[in-house]
Design a protein around this ligand. Structure first.
Ligand code: KG4
Ligand code: ZN
Length: 380
């Protein structure tokens, strides 16, 4: 008579989150405490501050997730927690709490890979709608501030299998959004700023190109078996190209003025930056976004076609991008291949996706050992 209730806990980066999900598909709650305000003035996540905020937030966030779901600790069937990848100190807060809770309650503890969580963010909501809408094998693009990976995803019985078929050789796509926003004097994290401003610029204003990247052994790929990655991304070059454009077009003074104007506001939002950007800057922003989205789109659909994927799943913070959704959706229609995205709330980091990814492991009794610890560079 168990309800299949899993408490998910996520603390790998700058959001503290807890969620209760029933049988991997019914979200009873999903509470996210964002630290954006803390890190914004540094233009990036400061690991020590992240750990401290997680410590302050973890108990109230977990209490709120239980209250929202209307369940008590005793009702839970298992505790699931992000094991990695992420910031070691940040991960440890969630892991330590989860271990203590599981031990105190006498419930099983389940370790979840954050990247697997992002993929299950899509599957969780799709299953609630119509499982047949995302036939397998699926090609999953996980595209966030820390990751740009392609996985051929399949299910055998209750267990899920992921084959890593593509990755970035340098920066993640979200990292490029964040760095370009920063160098243009915009706010943090940069994705939502660029997303908003790009809609007001001409995407053909500045021609950016992506060189074909040759497969070469990569440090974090060398120890791994599996396929040599064929679908490679690189996003550090375009960031440098944007920087060079601002120099050759003498945009420095206007960037500095914009940065100071936004810094003087109490809670600046992307809309506030519009009046601070001229047409040339908006064109640069729109062209940057178009180039990144097109590169992600081309390689993702080439991989889907060549590897025989039956559907495409896109998740991670950059999956919130409006132009990405529009262009991927159009391309999917051209290819006659179903595509699915998480809702905006489940695109960025959250614990519902961790609880959902834990459900097949719960069924398989794939529980974590007592010495579970943070795996900062865990791969999937
Ligand atoms: O998945 P996520 O919350 O955290 C990581 O696991 O990294 O992703 C955060 C990233 C940031 O780089 C942020 O700029 C980007 O997702 N992002 C976006 C948008 N919203 C968030 N990028 C482009 N367009 C957006 N609308
Ligand atoms: Zn993430």
């Amino acid at each position: 008579d168990s309800r299949g209730l899993i408490l998910g806990i996520e603390s790998s980066c700058d959001e503290t989150s807890a969620a209760v999900v029933a049988r991997g598909r019914d979200q009873l709650s999903n509470v996210v405490a964002s630290q954006i305000a803390t890190h914004a003035r540094y233009g990036g996540v400061v690991p020590e501050l992240a750990s401290r905020e997680h410590l302050l937030n973890i108990v109230p966030v977990i209490r709120a997730s239980l209250a929202d779901a209307g369940v008590a600790f005793a009702d839970l069937d298992a505790i699931a927690v992000t094991e990695g990848p992420g910031l070691a100190g940040a991960l440890l807060v969630g892991i330590t709490y989860a271990k203590a809770l599981a031990f105190a309650l006498g419930k099983p503890l389940i370790a979840v890979n954050h990247l697997e969580g992002h993929i299950h963010a899509v599957l969780l909501e799709q299953a609630a709608l119509d499982e047949a809408a995302t036939p397998l094998p699926a090609l999953a693009l996980v595209v966030s501030g820390g990751h740009t990976h392609l996985y051929l995803t399949q299910q055998r019985g209750d267990s899920w299998h992921y084959s890593n078929v593509g990755r970035t050789v340098d920066d993640a796509a979200g990292e490029a959004f964040d760095k370009v926003a920063k160098l243009l004097g915009l706010g943090y994290p940069g994705g939502p700023w660029i997303d908003f401003l790009a809609a007001h610029g001409d995407p053909r204003a500045v021609p950016f190109s992506f060189a074909q990247i040759k497969s070469k052994p990569h440090r974090d790929n060398s120890a791994r078996s599996g396929p040599a990655s064929q679908y490679l991304f690189s996003f550090s070059g375009i960031k440098t190209a944007v920087l060079r454009y601002t120099q050759t077009h003498s945009l420095e003074a206007s960037i500095q003025a914009r940065q100071q104007a936004l810094a003087s506001m109490s809670n600046p939002r992307p809309q506030d930056a519009l009046a601070l950007c001229d047409e040339e800057t908006l064109g640069l922003i729109a062209s940057f976004q178009r180039a990144v989205v097109d590169d992600l789109r081309r390689k993702t659909f080439r991989a889907a076609e060549e590897l025989g994927a039956a559907s495409v799943l896109v998740s991670g913070g950059v999956a919130a991008n409006r132009e990405l959704r529009v262009r991927f959706t159009a391309e999917a229609a051209d290819h006659g291949i179903p595509i699915a995205f998480p809702s905006l709330a489940l695109s960025t980091d959250n614990a519902a996706m961790i609880a959902a990814a834990a459900w097949p492991k719960f069924l398989a009794r794939d529980f974590a050992a007592e010495d579970l610890s943070a795996q900062a560079s865990l791969t999937l």
